[in-house]
Design a protein around this ligand. Sequence first.
Ligand code: SF4
Length: 535
Amino acid sequence: MHVQGLFEESADTVEGSHQHERAEQRRRKGEMAPAELWGAAPLSLHLGDETLGLTGKLDSLVHEDGCWIPVEGKHSASPSADTVFQTDGFQLSGAAWPNDQIQLCAQGLLLRSNGYASHYGYLYYRKNKAKIRIDFTDELVNATLYFIQKAQQLEQAEMPKPLIESNKCFRCSLNYVCLPDETNYLTGVATPIRRIVPSRSDGGVVYVAEAGTKLGVHGESLIVTSKEGVRFDPLPIKDLVHVCLMGSVQPSTQLMHVLFHAGVTVSYLSTHGRLVGIASPLTTKNVHLRKQQFMKFQHPDVALRLARFVIHAKIANQRTLLRRNGVPATAVLKELMALRKKSEQAASLDTLRGYEGAAGRLFMSSFSGMLKWNETESGLAIMNGRNRRPPKDPVNALLSFGYSLLTRDVVSACAAVGFDPMFGFFHMMEPGRPALALDLMEPYRPLIVDSVVIRVLNTKEIGIEDFYWGPDSCQLKKNGRLAFLNAYERRMHEEFVHPIFGYKISYRRALDMEARMLARHLEGDLPEYRPLTTR
Ligand code: SF4
């Protein structure tokens, strides 16, 4: 968490933050917090010491007999048995958890090094209302100095391996970053894959597509006000993962601050759905990963190996989509199978691009075979191969819009992990082109966007009346756009059984997991990166 700057909230961390926030509010009002009922002064004291290699914030202090006594409140309960803890060769009191004693002692050391006498402190465990005095004994001071040094060494060390079948993982706020059982399984450690990671994120995506709409913030909620001044129901920001602004929509600076603070990304799309930009919070400092990314993606063998897997998965998923939607052209399926096999052996990126292009043309030539709405019924060509900038028929208008949304989601997933989305291993790098996001999304185009396009047209959620149809371009009208956004989000929320891990997971979660898996591979924790294929 501290070395790589990766953080995920859990129920425990949210509760902890709220308790800190409540204590801070009481402090500002000059009220006494629970820990202060026995004399601690409410404060927010930042101390640092270069020799110790430590900085810290002290929340509460008691001044007794000329000594300064740090007081630290904990959300949990104290240990039940008062035995001795053995940790890395040190013997610590069993009255409080060793990590809490070391944290408190580190505060004492900071006080001492800044000229304040400090010989003991108090831990207050809220769950069982236990107030425990911790003496800063030589043993505890030595343990604290040892762990400060060990923490500094960790910064240069490799990522520790995940624990094996540990029950701690269920409540660990980092389980979604760490993916303990998945990593162990993929590295060959014989372990069952437990349902630790939630199948989907509860966070929602807000789309604002009406020109002139204003977005602001009130308390911890997003406020949307229409051009006519109508104010909609507040949306709690804690329930959001992303805000998507289409066209001339105006968010306030205050809102942007609050969204970034909450880890919410914001994307800007043109009125017609072209991705213009993405703003994301500085939640990661994962420099180590970016170093690995720049180093390894430049290596031709690494880039080719990754690209082969990605294109292999994309062709496999295209083939599956055709099969599932009853395309009878067995010749096409056979040819796709042949290209899929060839892609595994491609001798260069250019050869691989050739296979990918050939597979793409075959797939697109069979695309209209998956649609129930055809030319004869409407009198108009619903699709003329793949065309874009601008799209010239309804299918291409939907595909282009959908790929923009998917690019946005993959850029956000890359940014959350700490990748530079612009530096990829397969797509050519051009200014303004998120090459890595385009690489990673290849297998997901058929799984998400192509599948949504087929669904909305075949179920008539979107019909011919939902398009502006000109001689040179075809664009979605407002209702069609809203229907497509709904269908896209439904698909991202939809769960499927993960073919390797065997548990249910949403497509959005799978996409995020994909970026994390690639990161774990680049950092040497996973032997291989194999993108998702469905059967
Ligand atoms: S191994 Fe388990 S406890 Fe350790 S970081 Fe990973 S999920 Fe958390």
